[in-house]
Design a protein. Structure first.
Length: 150
């Protein structure tokens, strides 16, 4: 009797993330590794549109001090269907803790987003990870950057 894989999260967005990953696989199969990140970004925009998915291209996320002062900003590559954050890379090495930290900062700024996809087109095989927001985003940030607690 076959056993079910462990740790598989079934959520309302699971089908959407599979669809996005499928589009990324098509891009990787068509282009292969070796291009600049912008090439994969633009190819994903085409594939997401062809798949009938609504997305925001590089939505601006302000970075603010505790008093609300905006001191800069970040932009994930796409925000798909207003719930899936996507971050694309074109590097030979695997995902790093810095990549994870960047995505967690997106979760902190976009609490309505329940999932993110990290997709790396730079490897011989497409690398992708589904990331969920940590229960305590600020605790992670204090651990990562030594930010003092309130």
């Amino acid at each position: 009797m076959p056993t079910k894989p462990k740790n598989i999260v079934q959520a309302p967005w699971t089908g959407l993330t599979y669809k996005i990953i499928g589009q990324a696989m098509q891009v990787h199969n068509e282009l292969g590794p070796g291009h600049r990140e912008a090439v994969y970004h633009d190819a994903m925009a085409v594939k997401l549109e062809q798949a009938g998915l609504n997305f925001e291209d590089e939505p601006y996320i302000p970075v603010t001090l505790d008093d609300g002062t905006v001191v800069g900003g970040n932009s994930p590559d796409h925000l798909v269907e207003a719930i899936v954050i996507t971050e694309y890379k074109a590097r030979f090495h695997l995902m790093t803790k810095d990549d994870q930290a960047r995505i967690i900062s997106y979760f902190a700024a976009l609490p309505e987003c329940p999932v993110a996809l990290f997709i790396n087109f730079g490897r011989p095989r497409l690398e992708y990870h589904r990331l969920l927001p940590p229960e305590k985003v600020q605790a992670f940030q204090r651990e990562k950057w030594g930010k003092p607690g309130k």
